[in-house]
Write a protein that binds this ligand. Structure first.
Ligand SMILES: [Mg+2]
Length: 179
Protein backbone atom coordinates (compact mmCIF):
# COMPACT_ATOMS: atom_id res chain seq x y z
CA UNK A 1 0.00 0.00 0.00
CA UNK A 2 1.22 3.44 -0.87
CA UNK A 3 1.68 5.74 2.09
CA UNK A 4 -0.76 8.59 2.19
CA UNK A 5 -1.76 11.47 4.39
CA UNK A 6 -5.08 12.01 6.08
CA UNK A 7 -6.16 8.37 6.09
CA UNK A 8 -8.53 8.61 9.05
CA UNK A 9 -10.55 11.60 7.91
CA UNK A 10 -10.97 11.26 4.16
CA UNK A 11 -12.33 14.45 2.72
CA UNK A 12 -11.59 13.83 -0.94
CA UNK A 13 -12.69 10.75 -2.85
CA UNK A 14 -12.34 9.87 -6.50
CA UNK A 15 -14.10 6.93 -8.09
CA UNK A 16 -12.88 5.66 -11.43
CA UNK A 17 -14.89 3.68 -13.91
CA UNK A 18 -12.83 0.85 -15.43
CA UNK A 19 -13.42 0.10 -19.15
CA UNK A 20 -12.52 2.99 -21.46
CA UNK A 21 -11.74 5.18 -18.46
CA UNK A 22 -8.61 3.56 -16.97
CA UNK A 23 -7.86 1.46 -20.03
CA UNK A 24 -8.71 1.42 -23.71
CA UNK A 25 -10.55 -1.60 -25.09
CA UNK A 26 -9.50 -2.91 -28.51
CA UNK A 27 -11.80 -5.61 -29.91
CA UNK A 28 -11.44 -7.70 -33.03
CA UNK A 29 -14.73 -6.23 -34.17
CA UNK A 30 -14.59 -2.51 -33.34
CA UNK A 31 -18.25 -2.04 -34.24
CA UNK A 32 -19.30 -4.09 -31.20
CA UNK A 33 -19.24 -2.72 -27.66
CA UNK A 34 -16.80 -4.57 -25.42
CA UNK A 35 -15.97 -4.63 -21.72
CA UNK A 36 -13.90 -6.68 -19.27
CA UNK A 37 -16.64 -9.18 -18.37
CA UNK A 38 -17.95 -9.74 -21.89
CA UNK A 39 -18.08 -13.40 -22.89
CA UNK A 40 -18.90 -16.62 -21.06
CA UNK A 41 -15.38 -17.40 -19.90
CA UNK A 42 -12.62 -14.86 -19.49
CA UNK A 43 -8.90 -15.50 -19.10
CA UNK A 44 -6.64 -12.48 -18.85
CA UNK A 45 -2.92 -12.52 -19.47
CA UNK A 46 -0.26 -9.84 -19.67
CA UNK A 47 0.91 -9.38 -23.26
CA UNK A 48 3.35 -6.52 -22.62
CA UNK A 49 3.71 -3.89 -19.91
CA UNK A 50 0.36 -2.12 -19.65
CA UNK A 51 -1.34 -4.43 -22.15
CA UNK A 52 -3.67 -7.24 -21.07
CA UNK A 53 -5.27 -9.66 -23.51
CA UNK A 54 -8.41 -11.71 -23.00
CA UNK A 55 -7.30 -14.97 -24.53
CA UNK A 56 -10.77 -16.20 -25.58
CA UNK A 57 -11.30 -13.45 -28.15
CA UNK A 58 -8.01 -11.50 -28.27
CA UNK A 59 -9.60 -8.31 -26.94
CA UNK A 60 -6.87 -6.05 -25.57
CA UNK A 61 -7.05 -3.80 -22.52
CA UNK A 62 -4.40 -1.11 -22.66
CA UNK A 63 -3.63 1.10 -19.67
CA UNK A 64 -4.06 4.74 -20.69
CA UNK A 65 -1.12 7.11 -20.50
CA UNK A 66 -1.07 9.02 -17.23
CA UNK A 67 -3.28 6.68 -15.20
CA UNK A 68 -0.50 5.19 -13.12
CA UNK A 69 1.06 8.56 -12.36
CA UNK A 70 -2.28 10.20 -11.55
CA UNK A 71 -3.50 7.50 -9.17
CA UNK A 72 -0.13 7.39 -7.46
CA UNK A 73 -0.19 11.18 -6.92
CA UNK A 74 -3.78 11.12 -5.65
CA UNK A 75 -2.85 8.42 -3.14
CA UNK A 76 0.14 10.38 -1.95
CA UNK A 77 -1.91 13.55 -1.47
CA UNK A 78 -4.49 11.78 0.67
CA UNK A 79 -7.25 11.40 -1.90
CA UNK A 80 -9.15 8.13 -1.48
CA UNK A 81 -9.14 6.25 -4.77
CA UNK A 82 -11.91 3.79 -5.60
CA UNK A 83 -13.53 1.99 -8.53
CA UNK A 84 -17.18 1.92 -9.58
CA UNK A 85 -17.64 -0.57 -12.40
CA UNK A 86 -20.31 -2.61 -14.13
CA UNK A 87 -18.34 -5.86 -14.46
CA UNK A 88 -17.62 -8.99 -12.46
CA UNK A 89 -15.39 -8.04 -9.56
CA UNK A 90 -12.86 -10.79 -10.35
CA UNK A 91 -12.33 -9.52 -13.89
CA UNK A 92 -11.65 -5.93 -12.85
CA UNK A 93 -9.37 -7.13 -10.06
CA UNK A 94 -7.43 -9.34 -12.49
CA UNK A 95 -7.04 -6.69 -15.20
CA UNK A 96 -5.96 -4.09 -12.62
CA UNK A 97 -3.47 -6.50 -11.10
CA UNK A 98 -1.94 -7.32 -14.47
CA UNK A 99 -1.78 -3.61 -15.36
CA UNK A 100 -0.02 -2.96 -12.03
CA UNK A 101 -2.54 -0.52 -10.55
CA UNK A 102 -4.62 -2.68 -8.17
CA UNK A 103 -2.60 -1.71 -5.09
CA UNK A 104 -3.55 1.96 -5.45
CA UNK A 105 -7.25 1.39 -4.84
CA UNK A 106 -8.78 1.48 -1.38
CA UNK A 107 -10.76 -1.75 -1.00
CA UNK A 108 -13.44 -0.03 1.06
CA UNK A 109 -14.17 2.15 -1.95
CA UNK A 110 -14.31 -0.49 -4.66
CA UNK A 111 -17.81 -1.42 -5.83
CA UNK A 112 -17.78 -3.68 -8.86
CA UNK A 113 -20.67 -5.85 -9.97
CA UNK A 114 -22.29 -6.82 -13.22
CA UNK A 115 -25.74 -5.32 -13.89
CA UNK A 116 -28.32 -6.88 -16.18
CA UNK A 117 -29.42 -3.52 -17.56
CA UNK A 118 -27.68 -0.14 -17.36
CA UNK A 119 -25.70 0.24 -14.14
CA UNK A 120 -26.91 2.71 -11.55
CA UNK A 121 -23.54 4.12 -10.60
CA UNK A 122 -25.04 6.77 -8.35
CA UNK A 123 -26.51 3.94 -6.26
CA UNK A 124 -23.17 2.14 -6.28
CA UNK A 125 -21.44 5.29 -5.02
CA UNK A 126 -24.10 5.76 -2.32
CA UNK A 127 -23.52 2.20 -1.14
CA UNK A 128 -19.84 2.90 -0.69
CA UNK A 129 -20.40 6.24 1.05
CA UNK A 130 -23.05 4.73 3.36
CA UNK A 131 -20.67 2.02 4.48
CA UNK A 132 -18.01 4.64 5.21
CA UNK A 133 -19.87 7.14 7.45
CA UNK A 134 -16.74 9.20 7.99
CA UNK A 135 -17.07 10.34 4.37
CA UNK A 136 -20.30 12.27 4.94
CA UNK A 137 -18.93 15.68 4.00
CA UNK A 138 -16.42 14.49 1.48
CA UNK A 139 -15.78 15.99 -1.91
CA UNK A 140 -16.73 13.16 -4.28
CA UNK A 141 -15.70 12.85 -7.92
CA UNK A 142 -16.59 10.27 -10.55
CA UNK A 143 -14.37 9.89 -13.61
CA UNK A 144 -16.15 7.94 -16.36
CA UNK A 145 -16.19 7.74 -20.16
CA UNK A 146 -19.98 7.77 -20.20
CA UNK A 147 -21.49 11.23 -20.38
CA UNK A 148 -24.82 10.09 -19.03
CA UNK A 149 -23.46 10.25 -15.47
CA UNK A 150 -22.67 13.96 -15.64
CA UNK A 151 -26.18 15.18 -14.81
CA UNK A 152 -26.89 12.28 -12.46
CA UNK A 153 -23.82 13.12 -10.42
CA UNK A 154 -24.69 16.81 -10.39
CA UNK A 155 -28.21 16.00 -9.20
CA UNK A 156 -26.83 13.99 -6.29
CA UNK A 157 -24.47 16.80 -5.31
CA UNK A 158 -21.32 15.13 -6.57
CA UNK A 159 -18.81 15.97 -9.26
CA UNK A 160 -18.04 14.44 -12.63
CA UNK A 161 -15.14 14.49 -15.09
CA UNK A 162 -15.43 12.85 -18.50
CA UNK A 163 -12.63 10.52 -19.51
CA UNK A 164 -12.49 10.51 -23.31
CA UNK A 165 -12.27 6.98 -24.71
CA UNK A 166 -8.68 7.23 -25.90
CA UNK A 167 -7.10 9.72 -23.51
CA UNK A 168 -6.99 10.23 -19.76
CA UNK A 169 -7.78 13.69 -18.29
CA UNK A 170 -4.82 13.63 -15.90
CA UNK A 171 -4.41 17.38 -15.44
CA UNK A 172 -8.13 18.01 -15.01
CA UNK A 173 -8.37 15.36 -12.29
CA UNK A 174 -5.30 16.54 -10.40
CA UNK A 175 -6.42 20.16 -10.81
CA UNK A 176 -9.83 19.31 -9.38
CA UNK A 177 -8.15 18.32 -6.11
CA UNK A 178 -5.69 21.19 -6.23
CA UNK A 179 -2.72 18.96 -6.96
MG1 LIG B 1 -16.60 2.77 -19.13
Amino acid sequence: MTERKDKLTPSKIVFFDADKTLWQVFSKDPTQDDWASKGKTRTFTLMAEGVVVRTEDSTRFTLKNGVDETIHKLNKEGVIVGIISDNDYEDVEKVCQLLGIWQYFDQGFVNVRLWKGPADKIQMISEVLDSNPQTQNSKVLLVDDSERYASQMANSGHNFILSPKDTFPKDIILGFFGI
